[in-house]
Design a binder for this molecule. Structure first.
Ligand SMILES: Cc1cc2nc3c(=O)[nH]c(=O)nc-3n(C[C@H](O)[C@H](O)[C@H](O)COP(=O)(O)O)c2cc1C
Length: 265
């Protein structure tokens, strides 16, 4: 049995959940999506796609990846969404995108994790995070068991009426995301360390004269803001003073993917 699971993650939640699922699903190769060619799962029997929910749907990068990834006929394809509170229509959006290619999404699960959208709120307390992680680990084990037994049909999107409202937020979010970086600012605390440049998963950020400059291709993953060691990056000034969030199992180096070798399937 060949199992491949792709993940996209700004602050580690999705990566942590993907690692838990892979640990429980013997022989799973984990592939960071931003390093993938798209061919890694061409021969796989099960293909997982793990992502954070953005505005009740998928990150634009993940939507694009679903359109180009190679999948063999008859493969069991599933999605795993991590989210702060509401998955919206994420799995249905993934299913519709795959359906355009004649591929069926077999199942989609949602896993609650600490929210990382600092413009809305700071990080939850350490205790609340721990509770979340324990529940997520248990859920990851159940997901792996469901994949092993080829469970079909479950798409864990929001319940009504949220599922009806979500597409409206979705339209706004989709239009907004690539330009979201217009609102990013850097304060005088910046030490020009370059972590933000190296951690941006889509290389949307460059240090110019020692300061981060965004290039209008943002995924809004918050990696630059959350991983900045001196909290010099803000969205407008609304994030000022709010606690940053990063999954505690990872370091910034773990996410500096461009310096890592390309993933092997
Ligand atoms: C731009 C943006 C939009 C988000 N939208 C939602 C949302 O619609 N629903 C939700 O429950 N969480 C939302 N979140 C929270 C993330 O989905 C959640 O914290 C996720 O686990 C982060 O995963 P990561 O650490 O792998 O990046 C949003 C986060 C960001 C950065």
């Amino acid at each position: 049995m060949v199992n491949v699971m792709f993940w996209f993650s700004g602050t580690g939640n999705t990566r942590a959940v993907a690692e838990c699922v892979a640990e429980a699903l013997a022989g799973t190769t984990l592939v960071p999506m931003v390093q993938a060619t798209g061919d890694e799962a061409a021969g796989a029997d099960t293909v997982g796609v793990a992502f954070p929910v953005y505005y009740f749907g998928l990150p634009l990068y993940v939507l694009d990846f679903l359109r180009r990834m190679a999948i063999k006929d008859g493969a069991y394809v599933y999605t795993v969404a991590t989210m702060g509170s509401s998955p919206g229509v994420s799995h249905r959006e993934a299913a519709a995108t795959l359906r355009e290619r004649g591929i069926d999404l077999s199942a989609g699960w949602s896993v609650r994790m600490p929210g990382n959208y600092t413009p809305l709120s700071g990080a939850p307390s350490a205790r609340a995070q721990e509770r979340c992680f324990a529940a997520a680990r248990a859920k990851a084990t159940r997901i792996a068991a469901a994949v092993t037994s080829r469970h079909y049909g479950r798409l864990e999107d929001s319940f009504l009426p949220m599922r009806v409202i979500s597409p409206l937020f979705r339209c706004v979010g989709k239009r907004r995301i690539p330009h979201a970086d217009h609102a990013f600012r850097v304060s005088d605390h910046c030490t020009s360390c370059g972590v933000c440049e190296q951690i941006c998963p889509v290389q949307n950020l460059r240090l110019e004269e020692g300061h981060p400059t965004w290039r209008g291709q943002c995924q809004e993953c918050m990696a630059c803001l959350q991983w900045c060691p001196v909290e010099a990056i803000e969205v407008g000034w609304i994030t000022k003073g709010r606690t940053r969030y990063r999954h505690p199992d990872f370091t910034a180096e773990d996410f500096m993917l461009r310096s890592a070798p390309p993933a092997q399937a």
